[in-house]
Write a protein that binds this ligand. Structure first.
Ligand code: SF4
Length: 503
């Protein structure tokens, strides 16, 4: 029985029983998943759902008890507690942008088939951020109403403009004495320009390092070309060296290590297990199986790297099944998408991951600063500017105030467009309580920030992953459920936070 058959069969007999809170439903596996506005969820059998659809819900039945225990019945719903839960999970709305992305240069020493960043050649020094612009970035960042801020250095390859990066770090540390914010630095680098001197500085200033690994060497070097060198070997060499440096200063290697990111290309779809094994062998505890995105040059090379989302789901399921197997054998490793969704689904919290947030982090959660001082609602908005579309520029470091950025009409539109409960498709989707989209993605792929979700590749990815996770929860294998719960545990990396007391 499909759901449409059920309602056709019931005809005029279909009616909702009284006393239910609003809920959404979806068939997952052989059962029906119900979710409510609080993010509570429950599986019912098709027969139970048929009873519900007939308006039958008698007190004292198993179905009645099941729905009552998960806040699906109005009677007995603790409204004060419900309001508290919602406020807690949306507490990020009280903060303001905490992620500040500074593109210190567009120059890059590698050429990647899926480049999102719209790189420039190594001699294009006019794409280097100046120290003055870097200082203005810090001045704006510290005005954020968020009590903690992260300054993320990106490129291009940020190590290509290391002197300015250092200047900006020193300036931020000095200026923050007046603000007393929790301050963190991260750097996204391919590591090929790293040396011992730079490493010593980064370790000393507690700059977290994140790199890109595409999987096994043959895949990585095919997709990332390092002129005169081997991109994979350089990255691996420095990952191992940096991880050792952390151990040498007494940090726990299970918590402190280089993070690596994957971009799943068409070629990568062939190697789900090999990719996972590569990450595990490098000491990575989290693998983010991100699909290719349409920004930057990847839009132009789509015919080489793009693929059908059904193929991605097959890859995702194979990789996560392998990760689950490794966990069953005692290896502590998680998949990042799963951990973000599961934190909302089973841990009743929101990890504040900006791209899967409701409303999204565009402008109100993150700001991106281009090398030339232009400011964007997100790094994706900045990439679109670099490929000719300024739609997401909301100011510049020379003339904008923090207030003007937050009140910018584009930021307001992005917030409205990313509220899931107010958008067609999402408003009726069972996954609304856990989902979120990036309006820039809808704009890039569909020409509207509001998006048509049934045609959105991002929605397809989110739906497929949540279907997979809920099916695992439905199967209810105790070992698997315990592993999935463990993936929602957050261990703060306090070492990387610079002291937050103002002097
Ligand atoms: S983006 Fe897709 S999966 Fe997410 S809530 Fe909207 S319709 Fe559902």
């Amino acid at each position: 029985m499909s759901l449409s058959t059920l309602f056709t069969e019931l005809g005029s007999a279909a009616k909702t029983p009284t006393g239910l809170v609003p809920f959404r439903f979806r068939e997952v596996g052989g059962d029906i998943l119900l979710t409510n506005f609080l993010g509570d969820w429950v599986f019912v059998t098709k027969d139970e759902f048929r009873s519900l659809a007939r308006g039958e819900l008698d007190p004292g039945t198993k179905l009645h008890d099941k729905l009552a225990s998960k806040n699906f019945l109005r009677d007995g719903l603790d409204q004060a507690q419900a309001a508290e839960r919602i406020a807690y999970k949306k507490r990020f709305l009280n903060w303001g942008p905490n992620l500040h992305i500074a593109v210190v240069t567009l120059r890059c020493n590698e050429t990647c088939v899926y480049c999102h960043a719209s790189r420039a050649n190594m001699d294009a020094v006019h794409t280097d951020m100046t120290p003055e612009i870097g200082e203005k970035v810090v001045d704006l960042m510290l005005q954020s109403t968020s009590p903690s801020v992260t300054l993320e250095f990106q490129g291009g390859e940020p190590l290509a403009n290391f002197s300015v990066m250092k200047h900006v770090i020193e300036y931020a540390l000095a200026r923050n004495r007046a603000y007393g914010k929790g301050l963190e630095f991260t750097m996204v680098s391919n590591l090929a320009l790293m040396d011992e001197e730079k490493l010593a500085y980064l370790v000393d200033r507690k700059v977290q390092v994140c790199t890109s690994i595409d999987g096994p060497e043959h895949l990585h070097t095919k997709q990332r070309i390092l002129a005169g060198g081997n991109a994979h070997r350089e990255a691996v060499k420095w990952i191992e060296r940096i991880n050792k440096a952390y151990i040498d200063i007494g940090l726990d290697p299970t918590l402190y290590h280089v993070e690596a990111l994957l971009t799943t290309t068409r070629e990568a779809l062939k190697y789900p297990k090999e990719i996972v094994d590569t990450y595990v062998s490098l000491g990575c505890r989290a693998i983010f199986l991100r699909p290719i995105d349409p920004f930057g040059f990847a839009g132009k090379t789509a015919q080489i790297v793009e693929y059908d989302r059904a193929a991605y789901h097959e890859f995702y399921r194979a990789a996560v099944e392998h990760i689950l197997d490794l966990n069953r054998r005692g290896e502590q490793v998680l998949e990042r998408y799963a951990s973000i969704f599961l934190t909302k689904i089973v841990a009743d919290d929101d990890p504040n991951f900006l791209d899967i947030r409701n409303p999204s982090g565009s402008g109100i959660g993150a700001l991106a600063y281009n090398y030339d001082g232009k400011i964007f609602s997100s790094d994706e908005g900045r990439m679109m500017y670099e490929t000719g579309d300024p739609a997401f520029q909301i100011g510049d470091v020379f003339s904008s105030t923090y207030r003007s950025l937050m009140k910018h009409e584009t930021v307001r539109a992005l917030v409205m467009a990313s509220i899931r409960e107010a958008q067609p498709d999402c408003v009726n989707c069972t996954y609304t309580p856990y989902c979120g989209v990036q309006p820039e993605h809808s704009y890039r792929t569909q020409g509207t920030i509001f998006g048509r979700m049934r045609e959105s590749t991002l929605c397809a990815v989110h739906k497929g992953i949540q279907d997979f996770l809920f099916d695992k929860l439905r199967e209810n294998d105790p070992t698997t459920v315990e592993i999935l719960r463990r993936w929602t545990t957050v261990r703060a990396r306090t070492h990387f936070i610079h002291a937050s007391s103002a002097s």
